[in-house]
Design a protein around this ligand. Sequence first.
Ligand SMILES: C[S@@+](CC[C@H](N)C(=O)[O-])C[C@H]1O[C@@H](n2cnc3c(N)ncnc32)[C@H](O)[C@@H]1O
Length: 335
Amino acid sequence: MGRSSKDKRDIYYRLAKEEGWRARSAFKLLQLDEEFQLFEGVRRAVDLCAAPGSWSQVLSRKLKGGAGEGPEAVKIVAVDLQAMAPLPGVVQIQGDITKVSTAQEIIQHFEGQPADLVVCDGAPDVTGLHDIDEYIQAQLLLAALNITTHVLNKGGTFVAKIFRGKDVTLLYSQLRIFFPNVTCAKPRSSRNSSIEAFVVCRGYCPPEGYVPNMSNPLLDHCYDVDFNQLEGPNRVIVPFLACGDLSAYDSDRTYPLQLAPGKEYSYVPPTQPPIRPPYQEACFLKKNNLLAKEPGPPPLEEAGPAPSYGSVLEPQGCPPETAVENVLASLSMSP
Ligand SMILES: C[S@@+](CC[C@H](N)C(=O)[O-])C[C@H]1O[C@@H](n2cnc3c(N)ncnc32)[C@H](O)[C@@H]1O
């Protein structure tokens, strides 16, 4: 895909760059807020799985008003495994949301006070194998719920990305243990073709005597029942809501570029490319044809010893590891 073809196909991607958001996901949180007024009265907010930072930008603009200088009492903490470029008014933690130490660090930044709002747009690297992707996403959501039970104030709100896969009812039932009010919402900027949606969980109220811990996200439910077969009061069904103004752009449509008469299209670079994303090394190797390839069968007349897997790198005059090290050194990375 060319640099500009996504601009031409995806209106929210284009708008994000024009409006200075780091990712098109910003619109998802904005549209969820239009529906649920998520930010009302919020003084301490946590953005889990925040990189490259568009949700943190939304939090900063909405709670602190633009430059991030806003009311001193408002505090925003963003957490991600990956490094994120700094954002005014947002404290960043490079950490794992499945670790209790991350919860402790968040609380430290709030000086011992609990948060009013926790949002999580977390997504693992998808494999393309739907069952596995859904399972991993569910685990990440439960990890987010777990860490939330350590940091959220009673009555607080939790918003998280969910995949509406076949065991989604199990997740709803977990969420309902902690929140009396759970809604599944699909913002207009989230493509219909995607099973992604967001749970908006309000009125945090853990069960009597519940002690937060990171080891048992599934509480007393087990995973060996087909929850979608359950009926009556055993089946947890939460309301589903499409949100975002009806006049908002439809993310599944292609809109023409809105160019002034006589104006040529010019590419707008992303507001803030990710810092050292995990795929950076692979992209570099691929672009420079340095990826090791499994050798095909040698021509019959030349059949000699089979070349090694690293043979693509060897013509450079060094063993594969050295070639990779050179490449990484040029990117200032260590293997
Ligand atoms: C879709 S991106 C989030 C986009 C972000 N909301 C924004 O608007 O810019 C998903 C993020 O989840 C992060 N992530 C996945 N697993 C994580 C974990 N265990 N702990 C912390 N972050 C994680 C990834 O590093 C990735 O940056």
